[in-house]
Design a protein around this ligand. Sequence first.
Ligand code: 9WN
Length: 441
Amino acid sequence: FGTAYDPPPSGTSPHVRAARVLDANWTGASTVPSLSLYPHQWSWDSAFIAIGLRHLSPLRAQTELETLLAAQWADGRVPHIVFNPSVPLDAYFPSPDFWRSATAGRAAGAPRTVQTSGIVQPPVHALAAWLVHRADPGLSRSRGFLARMYPRLAAWHRYLLHRRDLGGGGLVSVVHPWEQGMDNSPCWDAPLARIAPAPAGSFRRADLDHGAPEDRPTDLDYGRYVRLAAAYRDAGYADGTGGAGGFAVEDPAFNALLIASEHALARIAEELGAAGTARHARAGRLTTALVRRLWDPEAGMFLCRDLRGAGLIRERAVTGLVPLLLPDLPRDVAAALVHTLEGPHFSLGDRTRLAPSYDLLGEAFDPHRYWRGPAWFNTNWLLERGLRAQGERERADALREAFLDLADATGFAEYADPYTGEACGATGFGWTAALALDLHH
Ligand code: 9WN
């Protein structure tokens, strides 16, 4: 008796419980998203984790980002996974023997000493580095943290802006759903439908050892993920041809995070005694391009653009609300986003306490299946920041309170049912604990 459910020791606070998750997931140089499901270092997870970790240990938060950036490729890309060599190969799929970074990625400048994937994830890193610095500027300066990070972050942004503007309109494209970070979002259904799936028997899904099949992407999705990643790998991870596998999409959240990070990089440059003006100006031009290419006045939100298909993808997903984060958004656009967030498609503060990842009224909506409806903590943190950036203090406060309640009540779950708040996926999830700590401060 008593082993199935261990209540937290009495007297602990949500803050202490969140800190325990981050301690448990810490490997000595970085933090895993989940001890069971994701036992390596993930790129945008580490950025979010560093943002929370700075309140516990600014040194660990700096180390988190330094470890990730140490695996940067010579062409500037920051890989979406940095593999831990002491974790068995079959613990996660696709494993290092699939990506073969050291050989297949040689021309693109993959590191020799560490194994990584060859795709990227959203660029939250400069924003994270700036926030980590601000938590303890004295320690940061004495360790030369920003001086060491700056050239790497600048090369990362340069890679995205110069090698990934596949549409030629000034925005960055992703070439794989894993790059955007919302793996099985209904936004990808149309562009993925053109991809012939890899045969089911040609790979083994390690995720199903830990996650319920009805909560995860389908086998058909996986067949397509594998086909696309293998095509990119077999092209030497070269970006010249523009999405070797036939998938190229401009995504609002990915680009909004690049803009926020470009503003942060400008502040980092200023802190280091250089001028930030050119970077602020570039961020402004990116914002203009984002509105020009992805804003849809009729939907009242941003949409994804399929570069190989019919243009704007008419699915409403949380990615299209994330640009709320940008303070220099046109006022009417920001107002429309707040309206959409509270309208029938997302129903924040009415039918949902945390924003769902996808349109509640959408045909593909599923409250449990990964990025097809559930509420995610990282996107809700971004929306909370966004509401605050737009001066929507009361709305931001309500979202913050819901976030803190649900993060703790779900045992810092990976994601939650947007209606009931029921925990889904893994518990003890890195970014959920980290971002709860951040909102707590
Ligand atoms: C593929 C680690 C990552 C997150 C992504 C999330 C999920 C991986 C997977 O887990 O993706 O990168 O195997 O499903 O979709 O956002 O970074 O937490």
